[in-house]
Design a protein around this ligand. Structure first.
Ligand code: PMP
Length: 284
């Protein structure tokens, strides 16, 4: 695989990042994952905009190549012959001379890394036909989940807790309300109304979430952005998650409780179809 590191396209075995890189030492980095269907990037503009916001919120300098990100994504897709898959992008605050909690000065340049992941048939995932199971866990992450940082240890632990429990993912609970999944936004459907948590510092502002809510409203579906409890979710007609890598994915079981007949519901199925159709049209 050919990867991109600070201006160079290299075979992955030749790519290097310093042991003093602040991404490595302090999780002082931000990232984006953009999906690729038919060789084209889904919602590239949305991801680029959120990336800039993450940098701004952390006072992290943008790399010189910030204006060339689309070109770099395309070059990597071409060099790795990706039809369906993902592009992972990470920016860290770079490698300072020594390990120091304080941010380094302007002389230290940010580190920019991108790589591709080939996932043939990404949009035809078998999981979308049967749905996934989630468990609920406490949300003990930091208070700025709206910033897409590489500080992902607790979400990784949550995924492992889910696996151990025989489930696919975990929904996190704070003050009695669902925040989001370990790597996705969470939704329930009750009587044709789509409910998902309102935006704030408590959740990542999903690019897929924004698109799905827009398409839902355009299709005259009712949307309510508010917090919901896990008990409300267990009583719901349907549930689903969204993310760049899973698009719209039905949830059929929460903490061992089946939703309806434990098959993907019509609203989730329809939204998945609309999302895939519409976002393919604007892919670049
Ligand atoms: N929430 C969290 C915590 C995530 O990690 C992600 C995916 N990175 C999402 C939501 C979904 O965001 P997006 O639709 O932009 O992939």
């Amino acid at each position: 695989r050919i990867v991109y590191v600070n201006g160079e396209y290299l075979p992955e075995e030749n790519a290097k990042v310093s042991v003093f890189d602040r991404g490595f030492l302090f999780a002082d980095g931000v990232y984006e994952v953009t999906s690729v269907l038919g060789g084209k990037l889904i919602d590239f503009a949305g991801h680029a905009k959120r990336l800039q916001r993450s940098l701004d919120e952390l006072d992290m300098p943008a790399p010189d190549a910030m204006g060339d990100l689309l070109e770099i994504h395309r070059e990597l897709l071409a060099r790795n012959e990706i039809e369906d898959g993902l592009v992972y992008l990470q920016i860290t605050r770079g490698a300072a001379a020594d390990r120091d909690f304080a941010f380094p000065g302007d002389d230290v340049k940010p580190t920019l890394v991108l790589f591709t992941q080939s996932k043939p048939g990404l949009a035809d995932s078998p999981a979308a036909k049967v749905g996934i199971k989630v468990i609920s866990i406490e949300d003990i992450r930091w208070g700025r989940r709206d910033i897409k940082t590489v500080q992902l240890l607790y979400p990784s632990m949550g995924k492992m807790m889910a696996k151990k429990a025989g489930a696919d993912d975990a929904w996190m609970i704070e003050d009695g309300f669902v925040t989001e999944g370990t790597s996705n936004n969470a939704y329930i459907v009750t009587g044709n109304k789509i409910v998902t948590r309102h935006l704030g510092n408590e959740i990542l502002h999903g690019i897929t979430r924004a698109a799905v809510l827009r398409f839902a409203r355009e299709a005259q579906m009712e949307v309510e952005e508010r917090a919901f409890t896990i008990d409300e979710a267990k009583e719901a007609d349907e549930a689903f998650i969204t993310s760049a890598s899973t698009f719209v994915m039905p949830v059929v079981n929460i903490d061992g409780t089946d939703l309806g007949d434990a098959t993907p519901g019509p609203v989730a199925a329809r939204l998945r179809e609309i999302y895939l159709d519409e976002s393919r049209k604007t892919a670049v």
